[in-house]
Design a protein. Structure first.
Length: 275
């Protein structure tokens, strides 16, 4: 049987050739949809647009306004950041780099090197440079032995630990440009749709959340398919900072902070009426 039935969110059903991809389905609907779609949910599982669909399935084509679309976009952005970091800091080792509610992060080990917030602009610029080349996100299934061999040669103990916890036959790598990572996905088609980048902060994070393990450097970031979206996001962040109750209270002389009381504590001072 060479055809499969694809059910769409509106309940309509269409026949497609077995092995059709989410991108090909989007392309057949309209060029505009193909340009905007970021991932595809197949029977509720979010996957890459290049993944062949081999059986009858219910699908949903995910765009930016869908959480599943942002997931793929920001997960791909974490890999783009990792590629930029590896280019700037050769020998850097990588922990995990997931998408989160607003953006993404990657936990890294720079060895004896240190990265500070002033360095983030350099990483952003490198990310934009790489994004413009339209690097494809290519998936490859590998055996556990192949995965262990690759990261042994790379001398990355964090990835080796993660691989040891995985079952053979369930492991995949993703490549974008010169960077290859252990990853389940999903990812967007290529980097060209990442148009605006802001690396927002740096923090410390214990490896696998264990305070007895290595302290890694966590870099947070967020990306958008349009610069105007980033501008609006940064504007909202700035407004939120202005409304922060601690800052507002000090500005209006409603309360003060004292080292004698203790860190994080406040003294209410009835100095001014708001009425």
């Amino acid at each position: 049987m060479n055809s499969i039935k694809i059910t769409f969110p509106d309940g309509s059903v269409k026949d497609f050739e077995k092995g059709v991809t989410g991108y090909q389905i989007a392309e057949g609907i309209s060029p505009r949809l193909a340009a905007e779609v970021l991932s595809v949910s197949v029977d509720g599982q979010v996957t890459d647009l290049r993944q062949p669909i081999e059986n009858d399935a219910t699908i949903k084509l995910n765009k930016w306004d869908d959480d599943e679309g942002k997931l793929a976009f920001w997960h791909s952005s974490s890999h783009l950041m990792a590629e930029a970091l590896e280019a700037i800091y050769p020998g850097v080792k990588f922990g995990i780099g997931p998408a989160i509610e607003n953006g993404f992060y990657y936990d890294i080990d720079l060895g004896d090197k240190v990265i500070v917030e002033a360095d983030l602009k350099k990483v952003e610029d490198k990310m934009l440079e790489l994004a413009r080349t339209g690097e494809k996100f290519e998936r490859k299934n590998v055996t556990k032995a192949e995965a262990l061999d690759y990261f042994t040669n790379k001398n990355d103990q964090y990835k080796l630990e993660l691989i040891n916890d995985l079952k053979d036959g369930t492991i995949s790598f993703y490549t974008n440009g010169k960077f290859m990572d252990l990853c389940r996905g999903p990812h967007i088609m290529d980097t060209s749709i990442i148009k605006a980048i802001k690396l927002t902060s740096i923090a410390g994070a214990y490896w696998r959340g264990d305070e007895k393990r290595q302290m890694l450097t966590r870099i947070y970031g967020i990306t958008f398919p349009k610069k105007s979206m980033l501008d609006e996001y940064l504007k909202v962040l700035e407004e939120a900072k202005k409304r922060d109750h601690r800052k507002l209270g000090k500005d209006l002389e409603l309360f003060a902070f004292s080292a004698k009381v203790g860190t994080g504590s406040s003294i209410v001072v009835a100095k001014r009426s708001l009425s």
